[in-house]
Design a protein around this ligand. Structure first.
Ligand SMILES: Cc1cc2nc3c(=O)[nH]c(=O)nc-3n(C[C@H](O)[C@H](O)[C@H](O)COP(=O)(O)OP(=O)(O)OC[C@H]3O[C@@H](n4cnc5c(N)ncnc54)[C@H](O)[C@@H]3O)c2cc1C
Length: 335
């Protein structure tokens, strides 16, 4: 059994259908630098079912010193109450200093639920994390007041210091298969299963939001599209490029497209190789969701649009002329 120290950092690993989600590695990257600064150990905690030995080892390769894996068919699907009881028991036994999770729907549900049980603080949706020199406190930085200021929050009196971090806001460490670490398989204590909640079935998100936060290409539309029906242009271009469909909040608020497509501060963070924003002005809250994109393309009739200013490629013009032109050229190239 691993010796407990008060400097240990934990991160939550997530799985679906026995496959680890990419956020499990991203959050390890965040945890690694904090554990190094604290002189503590980094542990990845996995609750689920069916993650293979090589899957668990991949968490070590991506930065963990230890993996605590609680796996059982009863844990195949995320049930907040049961997962939280398991976490609560582990936290009370091992007393980590810091516990991080990605701000996915699992992380956003499980972490605050658990923080209340443990009676500690939690900062949601952090963009930066650091360790304060001298005190060793976790510095939890996140946008506040509509993204106009960055607030740094500390949890001096309670442990663990808990935070969620936006998915895609950092890149995972490269895999290093020479790293060594301990994998601890912890049997499920059936007394922790909360029988009040049962999963009756699972339904995937709409096909074209699938993978929005993992897509290599995102084509997003905004108010410049004028009406909901015109979103077929965005969908069609995304399909042609093999990408996912995104939207500004304005487009979502107008009911032109559903919320799972929203990109930005109060929507999803995307980090594609190419992000194409069409008829989107580039408000600070939208930019918060696209800033780690590798190449940003802006299509906007206003030459002074903010998105143009930060874009790698700015196309000034009418979206209703430019989208068909791009599609025509893509078709010609394919022939
Ligand atoms: C707390 C808070 C959270 C928020 N969260 C988010 C968020 O998560 N995501 C988000 O997107 N916003 C968010 N917002 C809203 C944000 O401030 C903006 O209001 C929103 O992003 C604007 O959307 P838009 O760019 O589609 O619309 P607009 O700002 O109205 O821009 C439309 C653009 O379309 C261009 N255009 C018009 N016609 C054409 C044409 N024919 N061809 C090409 N271009 C054309 C215009 O020049 C203009 O630049 C948030 C706001 C707050 C206060």
């Amino acid at each position: 059994m691993t010796k407990k120290t008060r400097n240990d950092v934990w991160t939550l690993a997530e799985q679906y259908g026995g496959a680890l989600k990419a956020v499990s590695y991203e959050i390890l990257g965040r945890g690694r630098s904090l554990a190094d600064k604290l002189g503590g150990k980094l542990t990845s905690v996995l609750i689920g079912d069916g993650v293979s030995e090589s899957g668990l080892e991949s968490l070590i390769a991506r930065g963990a010193d230890a993996v605590y894996a609680v796996q059982s068919p009863e844990l195949k699907y995320f049930v907040c109450e049961t997962y939280s009881r398991i976490l609560e028991k582990l936290i009370r036994e091992h007393e980590p200093a810091v516990f991080l999770a990605a701000a996915t729907s699992t992380g956003r549900t499980l972490m605050p639920y658990t923080a209340v049980k443990i009676r500690t603080g939690l900062t949601a949706d952090c963009t930066e994390l650091d360790i304060e020199e001298g005190t060793g406190y976790l510095l939890q930085t996140r946008p506040a007041i509509g993204g106009n200021i960055m607030a740094t929050i500390k949890t001096p009196c309670h442990r663990p210091q808990m935070a969620t971090v936006r998915p895609k806001s950092s890149r995972p460490l490269p895999a290093d298969d020479s790293r060594g670490g301990e994998i601890l398989r912890i049997p499920l204590d059936r007394a922790l299963i909360d029988g009040r909640t049962q999963v009756r079935g699972c339904r995937r998100e709409e096909a074209d939001t699938l993978g929005l936060d993992e897509a290599d290409i995102v084509v997003a539309g905004g108010r410049g599209l004028k009406k909901g029906e015109n979103f077929h242009l965005i969908r069609s271009l995304a399909r042609q490029l093999g990408g996912a469909v995104g939207a500004s909040r304005d487009a979502v608020d107008r009911g032109w497209i559903s919320y799972p497509h929203q990109v930005g501060l109060s929507g999803k963070t995307v980090s594609p190789k190419i992000y194409i924003g069409i008829g989107i002005s580039g408000a600070i809250q939208h930019l918060a969701g696209i800033k780690t994109s590798e190449i940003i393309v802006s299509i906007n009739s206003d030459p002074d649009a903010t998105l143009h200013r930060i874009a790698d490629l700015a196309i000034v013009g009418d979206a209703f002329q430019i989208i068909p032109e791009i599609q025509k050229r893509l078709d010609e190239k394919r022939r």
